[in-house]
Design a protein around this ligand. Sequence first.
Ligand code: ADP
Ligand code: MG
Ligand code: ZN
Length: 200
Amino acid sequence: MLNVVPKGSGWVEVICGCMFSGKTEELIRRLRRARIARQDVVIFKPAVDVRYDEEEIVSHSEQRLRSTVVRDAREIEDSVGSEQVIGIDEAQFIPGDLTGAVRRLANGGRRVIVAGLDTDYRGRPFEPIDSLMCEAEVVTKLLAVCHRCGAPAHRTQRIGGGRERVIVGGQAMYEARCRRCFEPPDEEGEPRGQIRLFDE
Ligand code: ADP
Ligand code: MG
Ligand code: ZN
Protein backbone atom coordinates (compact mmCIF):
# COMPACT_ATOMS: atom_id res chain seq x y z
CA MET A 1 0.00 0.00 0.00
CA LEU A 2 0.87 3.62 -0.20
CA ASN A 3 3.43 4.64 2.36
CA VAL A 4 3.74 8.12 1.02
CA VAL A 5 0.62 9.92 -0.07
CA PRO A 6 1.43 12.57 -2.66
CA LYS A 7 0.38 16.05 -1.61
CA GLY A 8 -1.07 18.68 -3.91
CA SER A 9 -1.10 16.44 -6.95
CA GLY A 10 -3.12 13.69 -8.55
CA TRP A 11 -1.87 10.16 -9.06
CA VAL A 12 -2.79 6.73 -10.37
CA GLU A 13 -2.99 3.41 -8.49
CA VAL A 14 -3.50 0.11 -10.30
CA ILE A 15 -4.80 -2.98 -8.50
CA CYS A 16 -4.33 -6.02 -10.73
CA GLY A 17 -4.26 -9.81 -10.58
CA CYS A 18 -6.26 -12.83 -11.74
CA MET A 19 -9.90 -13.52 -10.92
CA PHE A 20 -10.63 -14.06 -7.19
CA SER A 21 -7.40 -12.30 -6.19
CA GLY A 22 -9.27 -9.66 -4.19
CA LYS A 23 -9.05 -6.69 -6.55
CA THR A 24 -12.59 -5.48 -5.91
CA GLU A 25 -12.21 -5.99 -2.15
CA GLU A 26 -9.00 -3.95 -2.15
CA LEU A 27 -10.61 -1.24 -4.30
CA ILE A 28 -13.56 -1.05 -1.88
CA ARG A 29 -11.19 -0.90 1.09
CA ARG A 30 -9.28 2.05 -0.34
CA LEU A 31 -12.43 3.91 -1.37
CA ARG A 32 -14.02 3.42 2.07
CA ARG A 33 -10.91 4.83 3.71
CA ALA A 34 -11.04 7.84 1.38
CA ARG A 35 -14.62 8.41 2.50
CA ILE A 36 -13.56 8.17 6.14
CA ALA A 37 -11.09 10.93 5.30
CA ARG A 38 -14.12 12.94 4.07
CA GLN A 39 -13.03 12.93 0.46
CA ASP A 40 -15.62 12.85 -2.31
CA VAL A 41 -15.51 9.52 -4.13
CA VAL A 42 -17.05 8.40 -7.42
CA ILE A 43 -16.96 4.82 -8.71
CA PHE A 44 -17.35 3.50 -12.25
CA LYS A 45 -17.77 0.10 -13.77
CA PRO A 46 -18.30 -1.10 -17.36
CA ALA A 47 -21.73 -1.93 -18.73
CA VAL A 48 -20.54 -5.47 -19.50
CA ASP A 49 -20.07 -6.45 -15.86
CA VAL A 50 -23.63 -6.99 -14.67
CA ARG A 51 -22.89 -10.25 -12.89
CA TYR A 52 -24.19 -9.19 -9.49
CA ASP A 53 -25.79 -5.80 -9.65
CA GLU A 54 -26.22 -3.11 -12.24
CA GLU A 55 -25.39 -0.25 -9.95
CA GLU A 56 -22.90 -1.59 -7.48
CA ILE A 57 -19.44 -3.01 -7.58
CA VAL A 58 -19.58 -6.30 -5.70
CA SER A 59 -16.74 -8.55 -4.57
CA HIS A 60 -16.89 -12.33 -4.50
CA SER A 61 -17.09 -11.92 -0.73
CA GLU A 62 -20.24 -9.81 -1.10
CA GLN A 63 -18.80 -6.44 -0.21
CA ARG A 64 -20.43 -3.74 -2.27
CA LEU A 65 -20.35 -0.03 -3.09
CA ARG A 66 -22.61 2.14 -5.26
CA SER A 67 -21.24 2.78 -8.70
CA THR A 68 -22.07 4.33 -12.05
CA VAL A 69 -22.20 2.15 -15.16
CA VAL A 70 -20.30 3.56 -18.16
CA ARG A 71 -20.10 2.45 -21.78
CA ASP A 72 -16.65 3.85 -22.52
CA ALA A 73 -13.71 5.82 -21.16
CA ARG A 74 -15.05 9.15 -22.38
CA GLU A 75 -18.16 8.72 -20.26
CA ILE A 76 -15.94 8.55 -17.18
CA GLU A 77 -14.27 11.85 -18.01
CA ASP A 78 -17.64 13.44 -18.76
CA SER A 79 -19.18 12.22 -15.49
CA VAL A 80 -16.48 13.31 -13.06
CA GLY A 81 -17.36 16.50 -11.22
CA SER A 82 -15.61 17.87 -8.17
CA GLU A 83 -14.76 14.41 -6.72
CA GLN A 84 -11.18 14.03 -5.55
CA VAL A 85 -11.07 10.24 -5.67
CA ILE A 86 -12.13 8.09 -8.63
CA GLY A 87 -12.49 4.30 -8.47
CA ILE A 88 -12.79 2.15 -11.59
CA ASP A 89 -13.49 -1.61 -11.40
CA GLU A 90 -13.14 -4.23 -14.16
CA ALA A 91 -11.20 -1.68 -16.17
CA GLN A 92 -10.20 -4.23 -18.83
CA PHE A 93 -13.80 -4.18 -20.10
CA ILE A 94 -14.02 -0.40 -20.64
CA PRO A 95 -13.68 0.49 -24.33
CA GLY A 96 -11.92 3.62 -25.59
CA ASP A 97 -8.78 5.37 -24.44
CA LEU A 98 -8.95 4.60 -20.73
CA THR A 99 -5.24 5.23 -20.16
CA GLY A 100 -5.59 8.71 -21.69
CA ALA A 101 -8.70 9.44 -19.63
CA VAL A 102 -7.00 8.29 -16.42
CA ARG A 103 -3.89 10.33 -17.24
CA ARG A 104 -5.92 13.50 -17.78
CA LEU A 105 -7.88 12.99 -14.55
CA ALA A 106 -4.68 12.45 -12.56
CA ASN A 107 -2.99 15.40 -14.25
CA GLY A 108 -6.02 17.41 -13.16
CA GLY A 109 -5.22 16.62 -9.52
CA ARG A 110 -7.33 13.53 -8.84
CA ARG A 111 -6.47 10.25 -7.20
CA VAL A 112 -7.51 7.53 -9.65
CA ILE A 113 -7.66 3.91 -8.46
CA VAL A 114 -8.08 1.36 -11.24
CA ALA A 115 -8.75 -2.35 -10.67
CA GLY A 116 -8.64 -4.96 -13.41
CA LEU A 117 -7.36 -8.25 -14.79
CA ASP A 118 -3.74 -8.02 -15.87
CA THR A 119 -4.04 -11.13 -18.06
CA ASP A 120 -6.77 -12.86 -20.06
CA TYR A 121 -7.65 -16.57 -19.90
CA ARG A 122 -4.69 -17.37 -22.13
CA GLY A 123 -2.31 -15.65 -19.74
CA ARG A 124 -1.65 -12.78 -22.16
CA PRO A 125 -1.59 -9.10 -21.17
CA PHE A 126 -5.08 -7.65 -20.98
CA GLU A 127 -5.00 -4.14 -22.34
CA PRO A 128 -5.34 -1.43 -21.21
CA ILE A 129 -4.23 -2.71 -17.77
CA ASP A 130 -0.66 -3.08 -19.08
CA SER A 131 -0.41 0.55 -20.21
CA LEU A 132 -2.22 1.71 -17.06
CA MET A 133 0.47 -0.03 -14.99
CA CYS A 134 3.04 2.12 -16.81
CA GLU A 135 0.96 5.24 -16.18
CA ALA A 136 0.55 4.46 -12.46
CA GLU A 137 2.63 5.68 -9.55
CA VAL A 138 1.64 2.61 -7.54
CA VAL A 139 0.89 -0.91 -8.80
CA THR A 140 -0.43 -3.64 -6.53
CA LYS A 141 -0.54 -7.17 -7.92
CA LEU A 142 -2.66 -9.55 -5.88
CA LEU A 143 -2.67 -13.34 -5.87
CA ALA A 144 -5.62 -15.68 -5.47
CA VAL A 145 -5.62 -19.20 -4.04
CA CYS A 146 -5.29 -21.95 -6.65
CA HIS A 147 -8.64 -23.73 -6.83
CA ARG A 148 -6.83 -26.95 -7.54
CA CYS A 149 -3.92 -27.14 -5.10
CA GLY A 150 -4.14 -24.17 -2.73
CA ALA A 151 -0.90 -22.51 -3.84
CA PRO A 152 -0.74 -18.77 -4.59
CA ALA A 153 -2.38 -18.31 -8.01
CA HIS A 154 -1.84 -15.68 -10.71
CA ARG A 155 -3.74 -17.20 -13.64
CA THR A 156 -7.41 -17.24 -14.60
CA GLN A 157 -8.47 -20.65 -15.91
CA ARG A 158 -11.55 -20.74 -18.09
CA ILE A 159 -13.59 -23.88 -17.66
CA GLY A 160 -15.38 -24.38 -20.98
CA GLY A 161 -17.40 -21.55 -22.47
CA GLY A 162 -15.71 -20.83 -25.81
CA ARG A 163 -12.92 -18.80 -27.37
CA GLU A 164 -14.08 -15.20 -27.12
CA ARG A 165 -11.84 -13.09 -25.00
CA VAL A 166 -14.67 -11.63 -22.95
CA ILE A 167 -17.11 -14.07 -21.43
CA VAL A 168 -18.43 -12.75 -18.16
CA GLY A 169 -18.90 -15.41 -15.55
CA GLY A 170 -18.08 -16.35 -11.99
CA GLN A 171 -17.16 -19.50 -10.15
CA ALA A 172 -18.98 -21.72 -12.66
CA MET A 173 -16.81 -20.63 -15.56
CA TYR A 174 -13.48 -19.56 -14.09
CA GLU A 175 -10.96 -20.77 -11.56
CA ALA A 176 -7.83 -19.23 -10.12
CA ARG A 177 -4.85 -21.44 -10.93
CA CYS A 178 -1.19 -21.42 -9.99
CA ARG A 179 1.63 -21.77 -12.52
CA ARG A 180 1.73 -25.55 -12.14
CA CYS A 181 -2.01 -26.12 -12.38
CA PHE A 182 -2.78 -23.60 -15.15
CA GLU A 183 -3.66 -25.31 -18.41
CA PRO A 184 -3.23 -22.78 -21.22
CA PRO A 185 -5.76 -23.05 -24.05
CA ASP A 186 -4.70 -24.56 -27.36
CA GLU A 187 -3.53 -22.39 -30.28
CA GLU A 188 -7.09 -21.59 -31.36
CA GLY A 189 -8.01 -20.54 -27.86
CA GLU A 190 -10.14 -23.54 -26.98
CA PRO A 191 -10.17 -23.76 -23.19
CA ARG A 192 -8.79 -26.90 -21.60
CA GLY A 193 -9.77 -28.51 -18.35
CA GLN A 194 -13.42 -28.44 -19.24
CA ILE A 195 -16.07 -29.82 -16.98
CA ARG A 196 -17.57 -32.86 -18.70
CA LEU A 197 -21.07 -33.65 -17.62
CA PHE A 198 -21.13 -36.84 -19.68
CA ASP A 199 -18.35 -39.02 -21.00
CA GLU A 200 -18.03 -38.28 -24.70
P1 ADP B 1 -11.53 -10.10 -7.74
O1 ADP B 1 -12.16 -8.74 -7.83
O2 ADP B 1 -10.03 -10.05 -7.87
O3 ADP B 1 -12.14 -11.10 -8.68
P2 ADP B 1 -12.91 -10.17 -5.20
O4 ADP B 1 -12.39 -9.00 -4.43
O5 ADP B 1 -14.24 -10.04 -5.86
O6 ADP B 1 -11.80 -10.65 -6.27
O7 ADP B 1 -13.04 -11.45 -4.25
C1 ADP B 1 -12.04 -11.85 -3.37
C2 ADP B 1 -12.68 -12.84 -2.39
O8 ADP B 1 -13.12 -13.99 -3.11
C3 ADP B 1 -11.77 -13.39 -1.33
O9 ADP B 1 -11.64 -12.56 -0.21
C4 ADP B 1 -12.50 -14.69 -0.96
O10 ADP B 1 -13.51 -14.43 -0.02
C5 ADP B 1 -13.19 -15.09 -2.24
N1 ADP B 1 -12.59 -16.21 -2.97
C6 ADP B 1 -13.27 -17.21 -3.59
N2 ADP B 1 -12.43 -18.07 -4.22
C7 ADP B 1 -11.18 -17.61 -4.02
C8 ADP B 1 -9.87 -18.05 -4.42
N3 ADP B 1 -9.70 -19.15 -5.17
N4 ADP B 1 -8.80 -17.31 -4.04
C9 ADP B 1 -8.97 -16.22 -3.27
N5 ADP B 1 -10.17 -15.75 -2.86
C10 ADP B 1 -11.27 -16.43 -3.22
MG1 MG C 1 -13.54 -7.89 -9.13
ZN1 ZN D 1 -2.18 -25.11 -8.21
